[in-house]
Design a protein around this ligand. Structure first.
Ligand code: ADP
Ligand code: MG
Length: 239
């Protein structure tokens, strides 16, 4: 809660982060009063036909989440639990804008002077096993790259409707699956150009600063045209 309010306070006024109106105690509880958002992407996916989003919507959403992560990382924070239910759309005129929520697992990866924080050799697990990177399964210190892995798996679930390890019960089995399952099996519906997203992710080290624009360009290359003003299919369908 204190951590969450710290992140929200630092991101105040930044695109893709909810506005905060009040942070503080009330009687025996701590409260955060924030901008009312719309539905999260996990709930939206579940009401869509075949429980999946169109490629064009997923691409638009992906480009926005990359931007959100670049803003968060620039301030020295990692989200560490990015997943469909932690991404909401706005309301009304902001219904096509993605917002990140749930900073309870966040962590600073940079010190105030801009230097990187010391790397721990073993880290307690933070995040959600279904979406976390294979590095996280190995309990390695997370960096900006791990938030992008979470985005990669989030997009796979949105666009395909499932992740290959959805029925695996053991965490070890899931970790192994992430190491061996190839991009084409994770994203059977996406144009082959999208495979460079995975290739570029694999090149990044824990402290690397990702080339966010490159990841956005890879996403954009999967559609003819990115039309940010078009209605999403759930608004047209009214679901
Ligand atoms: N500002 C908000 N406006 C509307 N819904 C929100 C807002 N913040 C969170 N939610 C919804 O509440 C759900 C749970 O909130 P979240 O912050 O993710 O907490 P947790 O997952 O730890 O319970 C989110 O998945 C989202 O759908
Ligand atoms: Mg959540």
């Amino acid at each position: 809660m204190i951590l969450e309010s710290k992140v929200l306070d630092e991101m105040l006024g930044t695109k893709h982060f909810p506005n905060v109106y009040y942070i503080g105690p009330y009687k025996n509880c701590n409260f955060i009063v924030m901008q009312m958002l719309g539905r999260n992407l996990g709930d939206i996916r579940k009401v869509l036909p075949h429980k999946k989003m169109s490629i064009s919507s997923s691409v638009r959403i992906g480009i926005q989440i990359v931007e959100a992560l670049s803003l968060l990382h620039t301030k020295g924070w990692l989200h560490r639990d990015l997943k469909p239910t932690n991404c909401c759309l706005g309301q009304d005129e902001k219904r096509r804008q993605v917002y990140l929520v749930d900073f309870g697992m966040s962590r600073r990866f940079r010190n105030d002077d801009g230097s990187n924080r010391e790397v721990r050799h073993y880290c307690g697990f933070r995040g959600t096993t279904r979406y976390c990177s294979y590095r996280m399964h190995d309990r390695r210190e997370q960096g900006p790259v791990d938030d992008l892995w979470c985005l990669y798996y989030t997009l796979a679930e949105l666009v395909e409707g499932y992740l290959p390890w959805r029925d695996m019960e053991s965490v070890d089995e899931m970790a192994q699956a992430k190491k061996i399952i190839k991009h084409d099996m994770i994203f059977p519906s996406m144009p082959s150009k999208f495979s460079s997203f995975d290739r570029n992710l694999r090149r990044l080290r824990q402290h690397s600063t990702p080339d966010y624009v490159k990841f956005q360009n890879i996403l954009a290359s999967c559609v003819k045209y990115v039309d940010d003003n078009a209605e999403f299919e759930w608004d047209i369908l009214g679901v």
